[in-house]
Design a protein around this ligand. Structure first.
Ligand SMILES: Cc1cc2nc3c(=O)[nH]c(=O)nc-3n(C[C@H](O)[C@H](O)[C@H](O)COP(=O)(O)OP(=O)(O)OC[C@H]3O[C@@H](n4cnc5c(N)ncnc54)[C@H](O)[C@@H]3O)c2cc1C
Length: 413
């Protein structure tokens, strides 16, 4: 008989009760979680899972939280690299990389965007050339979050210039810690520095670090992007009050992770602070403020339902669909409207950053961070193109470079 969420909750609850010991190391705990196949129960039994539907992952996460036990690491490894490698990787690639992603022993970054290829990802010119048992890579990537402390990068590079642009790409796992990889942090207008430029000069990739087929990188990248669109706001895990080695190490890991992502809540608009700010400013009776707050909260509620629809589809085993693009667009709308509502409440002082600004500078940081919500992971315009194409079945955007060899496509030098 098929397992129900209640069965899974009871089974994982009993397992956590028997095995969770905050005094042991974080690595030991996560290794146990993986070996006992509770890390990602929706994965195939052969790959650390239990062949359960996707809802089982949520049940386990909820149960771990309820029992104040540490969960999987956050970030590009578990969020993007692992599901992509699981779907497209050969067994040797899965064998090499999946386990240390789940235990947090190795960290990852995403090396897709380039100065001349962001929305048009298929236009990348970073190239990899086969040399015996290895690939040699040259080019430049940009906006690469966390690349400054990553062990590996998921990399899209051109391996064939003589076929149309989508067909000449290959998806690699690039070892970051090598002389041919230079990572330079970029400082943002909101004063944070979470992403980097990455220069690749004769960087070396072992021959077996290809994910999917050589020349088949576009389909693999689409899997990564589908997962990226589902990425919601990341919340910091709660840790047990009881001190222990595993919880202390997890706390340090989270501190490091959230140093990079510290501004992401501001990027999402901090709608959660609107009511409090309206009260503190004495503006709760102001009809304009009330109207804006109601609009933001309505958008949030409706977008939550779209998210629920996406979860239900995932639980039924359907691949990520249009809800991803719709959800991502809604997040942009919410972020912008929340920023506007904050400005209405905070007035001119909202434009000041730091402690001089309204509400300890939160509004200033929101205003400087919100534009990124409409860019990261595919811009609003690109999401609209996807919705037009895939949901509304409108004619495709005209293109002059899809069917010619990439070598002949006009581009900036
Ligand atoms: C916070 C943040 C984190 C990021 N992290 C990473 C990361 O870890 N790894 C990584 O590889 N990249 C990362 N990126 C880069 C991100 O993926 C790109 O910025 C994004 O894909 C847009 O590309 P672009 O910046 O080159 O803009 P462009 O593609 O040059 O777009 C410029 C403008 O033109 C519009 N436009 C472009 N094409 C079309 C079209 N066909 N139709 C209509 N309008 C169009 C765009 O919507 C945009 O407004 C990150 C970006 C941000 C903001």
């Amino acid at each position: 008989m098929a397992a129900t969420p209640e069965d899974v909750r009871a089974a994982v609850g009993a397992w956590i009760a028997a095995h969770w010991d905050p005094q042991r190391s974080l690595l030991e705990w996560r290794r146990q979680l993986v070996e006992h196949r509770w890390a990602v129960p929706s994965w195939p039994a052969h790959w650390f899972g239990r062949d359960l539907p996707a809802w089982a992952d949520d049940v386990v996460a909820t149960e771990l939280r309820a029992r104040e036990a540490v969960a999987l690491p956050l970030g590009v490894g578990t969020g993007l690299a692992a599901p992509t490698i699981l779907t497209h990787g050969r067994d040797s690639v899965r064998e090499r990389f999946l386990r240390p992603i789940l235990t947090g022993e190795e960290t990852w970054c995403q090396l897709f965007s380039e100065p001349g290829a962001g929305s048009d990802l298929a236009g990348v010119t970073t190239h990899a050339v086969r040399d015996g048992d290895e690939w040699i890579v040259n080019g430049q990537k940009v906006w690469n979050t966390s690349a400054h402390h990553a062990d590996f990068g998921i990399l899209v590079a051109r391996t064939d210039w003589d076929v149309p642009k989508h067909g000449g790409l290959t998806y690699f796992v690039l070892p970051m810690r090598q002389p041919g990889v230079e990572v330079r942090p970029l400082r943002q207008m909101n004063f944070h520095a979470s992403f980097n430029e990455v220069f690749l000069s004769d960087a070396v990739i072992p021959g077996d670090h290809v994910v999917g087929a050589v020349g088949g990188g576009w389909a693999v990248a689409m899997t990564t992007l589908a997962h990226e669109r589902r990425f919601g706001a990341m919340s910091r895990p709660r840790f047990s009050a009881a001190a222990g080695r595993a919880t202390e190490e997890a706390r340090q890991e989270a501190d490091e992770h959230f140093r990079t992502y510290a501004w992401y809540p501001q990027r999402a608009g901090r709608a959660d602070l609107l009511e409090e700010h309206a009260r503190r400013a004495g503006r709760t009776e102001d009809p304009l403020v009330r109207q804006e707050l109601a609009a933001v909260l309505s958008w949030q509620r409706v977008s939550g339902w779209t998210g629920d629809r996406a979860s239900a589809a995932r639980a039924l085993g359907r691949p990520p669909g249009a809800e991803g693009s719709l959800g991502k667009l809604a997040m942009s709308v919410i972020a912008r409207r929340a920023a506007a509502a904050h400005s209405l409440i905070g007035g001119a002082a909202g434009l000041l950053t730091g402690d001089d600004g309204a509400f300890e500078g939160t509004i200033g940081e929101v205003l400087l961070s919100v534009p990124a919500q409409s860019i990261a992971g595919g811009t609003d315009e690109i999401q609209r193109n996807i919705v037009g194409d895939k949901v509304l079945d409108l004619p495709r955007e005209p293109s002059v470079d899809r069917d010619v060899p990439f070598r002949d496509v006009p581009r900036n030098a």
